[in-house]
Design a protein around this ligand. Structure first.
Ligand code: F6R
Ligand code: MG
Ligand code: MG
Length: 374
């Protein structure tokens, strides 16, 4: 095992049981997860950790020195989810173990159900970090806010007026259907970047990098998003791929307020009821991250930290700020408006993006009654 001086931050999440339905995580699961991770911290594998929850998702934020995609860390996360699943089963919580798609751990949780956002970097003199966690939506929900943080001058004043950001950033974009990726430079290729990431169910921002010659090393990511697609991994629909992201801030990067600003829109995302509806994303306080209205509307929470030699100094509940109250009010109005459309698009997703559908059954029943139109 190579001990590196860089810090690695791993945010690994899974839905291992809801309470009740798909609305929240029972405190017993959080306690169990804290117990397992405390053990890993006491033997020195983890520097620090925080267990959090957004909706029905159990979120494990861990710091260590072992690098990304490291078997030992992924094994700890897997063991934590297994033990939380046992707890969920004993309480007969809803969908216990739903995101653990494989019976045996094989060295890496990617493709096994959990969502993963990890990055390794040199901790700066002061290192502000935000962990974003969403429920009832998909990884593409991060496209708009991450783009706006790192590429939109109307969001991020620093892109225009701070010489250390003025040259822009590099986006790593994944095609999650064909499993390919491309690195693109902003602002030079901004319109091409938007041509891809506007199609958010297919092209997702995976990472953002600084450009060479700036304050930060260009090979170390400054933002990362989980891009696992549960329904692809499992073959059939087993729940949502509710995404998470890590974003570093300040001093050559977007300021904390520029990192949070894109969420003041309450932008439309896919997910919500049965993973089959469009709705506004509500930034909310930790204590409000329990989506209940029509299983939504989709939520995002933001946990703010200062890193201190790998220790997580926090969390600060960043969206508990009253300055997001108006966003929440608008989201509620949009929620009413969207709900009024009932089963009609664009509230309901187009056929190819729905995660539940009866259409094949309906078509089978009607097959003989269909006749040629004029
Ligand atoms: C799950 C979700 C929910 C469920 C819905 C139906 O993440 O978002 O909207 O899809 O509650 O769940 P089942 O099929 O488990 O009854
Ligand atoms: Mg669930
Ligand atoms: Mg969820």
């Amino acid at each position: 095992m190579l001990i590196m001086s860089k810090v690695t931050v791993s945010l690994i999440k899974a839905d291992v049981g809801g309470w009740p339905g798909h609305s929240s995580v029972h405190p017993a699961l959080i306690e169990k997860a804290e117990e397992v991770l405390s053990e890993a911290k006491s033997v020195g594998t983890l520097i620090d950790f925080k267990v959090m929850a957004c909706g029905d998702d159990l979120e494990l934020l861990m710091t260590h020195r072992l690098g990304t995609d490291e078997a030992e860390i992924h094994a700890i996360a897997w063991e934590t989810f297994e033990k939380a699943t046992a707890e969920a089963k004993s309480l007969k919580l809803y969908g216990a173990g739903q995101d653990l798609l494989c019976d045996a751990f094989s060295g890496n949780v990617r493709g096994m159900g959990p969502g993963v956002a990890e990055m390794q970097f040199t901790e700066r003199g002061a290192e502000p970090l935000v962990a974003f966690m969403m429920d009832k939506t998909e990884p593409g929900a991060f496209n708009l806010p991450i783009f706006r943080m790192f590429a939109d001058p109307f969001n991020t004043a620093g892109l225009v007026i701070d010489p250390s950001l003025h040259h822009g950033f590099v986006f790593e974009i994944w095609d999650i259907i064909d499993h390919k990726r491309v690195f693109m430079s902003s602002p030079e290729e901004m319109y091409d970047i938007l041509a891809l990431i506007g199609a958010k169910s297919r092209y997702v921002i995976k990472r953002v990098y600084p450009k060479p010659g700036g304050k930060l090393p260009s090979e170390e990511p400054v933002a990362v998003v989980s891009t696992e697609k549960l329904y692809q991994t499992a073959g059939t629909y087993v729940g949502k791929d509710d995404p998470v992201a890590l974003v570093r801030a300040q001093s050559g990067l977007p300021a904390l307020g520029e990192v949070l600003e894109p969420f003041a829109l309450g932008h439309l995302v896919s997910g919500w009821m049965r993973g089959s509806h469009n709705g506004p994303l509500m930034p909310c306080a930790f204590e409000d991250a329990h989506p209940t209205r029509f299983d939504g509307p989709p939520r995002v929470i933001a946990a703010g930290f200062q890193l201190c030699n790998g220790l997580l100094i926090g969390p600060v509940d960043l969206f508990s700020d009253v300055a997001f109250d108006l966003t929440r009010m608008r989201v509620l109005e949009i929620t009413d408006y969207m709900r009024a459309h009932g089963p009609f698009e664009p509230h309901r997703l187009p056929l190819e993006e729905m995660e539940y559908t009866t259409l094949p059954h309906v078509m089978k029943r009607l097959a003989e009654r269909f006749e040629p139109a004029e």
